[in-house]
Design a protein around this ligand. Sequence first.
Ligand code: HEC
Ligand code: HEC
Length: 159
Amino acid sequence: MNFPTLLKRLAPVLLALGLFAVGIDQARAADKPAAAPVKLEGLRNGTPLNQDNPPGNFRQERDHPVSERDFVQQPPLIPHTISGYQITKNFNKCLDCHAWQKTKESGATKISVTHFKSRDGVELDKVSPRRYFCTQCHVPQSDAKPLVPNTFERAKGMQ
Ligand code: HEC
Ligand code: HEC
């Protein structure tokens, strides 16, 4: 007997077994109490698609003392407003105050020495291109409420 003929002969048996298995499954499902339905909630909070939610109040906080860090490797939060500060290919407002040669006058923190290392590990004498766009990592603050609850805690070594 070749394989296709064997399959043909076995087909009714396989079908019966399959139906039996489905039957058992359904009987089991009927025994179990139905799990509570999962409540899905999008950030739009049920607002219909043709309407907008009122905008949040994301005004930047006024200048304040530097914030504490939550873990050692954290890019420090920006403790002052940066509205209107441009970072373009030719000009970086942040470096106006944070570049090493400017900090004596501006009183700003010197940018970290790690910012002078190129991606190949070469030490440069100016900020590395990979650290040029400061706001990729450093963010100004606003009174934004967490979108979802979380249990984040400051690293043990920083408490
Ligand atoms: C007009 C000067 C000025 C400009 C421009 C400026 N800063 Fe600052 N920055 C300061 C001063 C002053 C401090 C506070 C230093 C202190 O209080 O010890 C500071 C603090 C910071 C800190 C906190 C450092 C820490 O140790 O916690 C970060 C991060 C920072 N600035 C990032 C930026 C970025 C990014 C930009 C550009 C978008 C920028 N700053 C533009 C003056 C400036
Ligand atoms: C790729 C992410 C990244 C970018 C881009 C970046 N930083 Fe940072 N920055 C960090 C991290 C992480 C730290 C803390 C650890 C360290 O020193 O490297 C830091 C530290 C600092 C500090 C604190 C230094 C200290 O002595 O405590 C200042 C000030 C700062 N950055 C300013 C800047 C400015 C200005 C720019 C833009 C020219 C910039 N950074 C771009 C990640 C970044």
